[in-house]
Design a protein around this ligand. Structure first.
Ligand code: GLC
Length: 429
């Protein structure tokens, strides 16, 4: 039986951002950015200083990179060869949570256990070598207040992380203590950066004309190089924590999701746009179509990818995915609507993300011309969700008109790791 079409259409409308609204969001974002530069308390953007500018591309040496910020942690040993070249010498990685076995991030988990787990991974990355001295760059992908490149205090967990004893602490101190507990005194953490900053460093190490770095994955956030044009300050990358942007018009699903989250009221843009939450929004909308008070169907953004990319005549993949999550098989008419719903939620996400990019581009251009540039992006949604990139390009051209020809987005795969090694190299100066 097909869905009630009136109800269906009203849900689609609620997830649709038209051209006018898109422009308004970009302008509001720019406004918040300006406010954030002058009086941060009036802005919904945290605009956190990173204490690092762009690399020269000539940075050299072997460094450890800890990439911590999503469901998987990675440690890499990277040799920077200068001239934008590098080699990954060793790579290890593990999930922070394995259902029924261990969990370092959920409620009840503790700081010491988590950092000991990280130290264990670092031990693997150095092959148990407790002698050779290594400098370590740490990509820590949560809002942190920095006073220099080493010293970053976690302000608040995001992305539903809940490990006790880390908020308010200097994360590299916690890491250092764990390294010492585990006999790894030869590893010295020297830099902490956000993953957006890592992506920007990594892309700028390899190529020119890059001023904006973004993550579009489990979480969503963007940073840019603030030129401080009218002051004596040196240019510095600012981590906007744009996932916290709140000058948006949430619909009833966004509100429900926010209320049920670990941190209600926080990360409003992220909850409307990132991979961690898109599946929940989709679950809620579908539950409403089913007149089911339960919205915890548990769809993920990976399910949504599968649904969106199904081009078969009978939409058999849509049937399979929906039946797995809900326990009942949709008919063909329902499958078409379900696919449209998934595409609409993804398109909204991509349009919101693009509006924030354009807000930054407008701010950087000021009264002058938009510069030729690439926006460096990493993350599973950008890389893997069918249509994400195309939706971004379309929204860019809607907002920038002819200037859209000067801007594109490029994938900087693995930038979180490489960026940490570059930051460690830059810390040496
Ligand atoms: C969350 C974090 C932010 C990070 C982003 C992407 O928004 O608060 O620091 O950059 O996720 O991982």
């Amino acid at each position: 039986m097909a869905f009630d079409q009136e109800k269906f259409q009203s849900i689609i409308d609620e997830f649709t951002v038209d051209g006018e609204r898109l422009r308004e969001i970009a302008a509001n974002f720019r406004q918040d950015l300006k406010l954030g530069l002058k009086s941060p308390e009036d802005s919904s953007l945290r605009m956190l200083k990173s204490y690092v500018g762009l690399p020269t591309g000539k940075e050299k040496g072997e460094f450890l990179a800890l990439d911590f910020g999503g469901t998987n942690v990675r440690v890499l040993r990277i040799r920077l060869e200068g001239a934008g070249k590098y080699e990954v010498v060793k790579r290890v990685g593990k999930p922070l949570r394995v259902e029924g076995i261990y969990d370092y991030v959920g409620l009840g988990s503790k700081s010491e256990d988590m950092f000991d787990f990280l130290a264990g991974l670092i031990d693997e990355a150095v092959d148990g070598d407790h002698e050779t001295k290594y400098l370590l760059g740490h990509t820590f992908s949560f809002p942190s207040e920095q006073t220099d490149l080493y010293n970053a205090k976690l302000i608040i967990w995001t992305k539903e992380f809940a490990t006790a004893g880390v908020e308010g602490k200097v994360v590299n101190d916690l890491l250092k203590e764990a390294l010492e507990r585990n006999g790894l005194k030869n590893v010295e953490p020297v830099a902490v950066i956000n993953d957006t900053v890592a992506v920007l460093l990594s892309a700028a190490y390899k190529q020119e004309d890059i001023y904006i770095g973004s993550i579009y994955a489990t979480g969503h956030n963007t940073c840019y190089l603030e030129p401080y044009a009218d002051s004596a300050d040196a240019p510095m990358i600012l981590n906007l924590e744009s996932g916290g942007f709140s000058k948006l018009a949430p619909n009833r699903f966004d509100t429900m999701l926010d209320e049920a989250s670990e941190k209600p009221g926080e990360q409003r843009l992220e909850k409307m746009a990132s991979g961690r939450y898109m599946g929940d929004l989709f679950s809620m909308a579908l539950a409403l179509l089913h007149d089911d008070a339960q919205w915890r169907y548990g769809f993920t953004s990976i399910d949504m990818s599968g649904i969106i990319s199904d081009e078969s005549a009978d939409l058999s993949e849509v049937v399979r995915i929906v039946a797995t999550r809900t326990g009942s098989e949709p008919d063909l008419a329902e499958c078409r609507d379900i696919q449209k719903l998934a595409k609409t939620i993804l398109n909204r996400s991509a349009r919101l993300v693009t509006a924030t990019f354009v807000g930054i581009i407008w701010q950087l251009a000021g009264k002058g011309e938009v510069k030729e540039q690439h926006i460096a992006v990493d993350g599973s949604v950008y890389e893997k969700m069918p249509g994400a990139k195309e939706n971004i390009m379309r929204a860019l051209s809607e907002l920038l008109g002819q200037d859209a020809a000067k801007v594109d987005t490029i994938l900087d795969n693995g930038g979180s790791g490489l960026g940490a090694a570059i930051a460690a190299a830059m810390a040496q100066k």
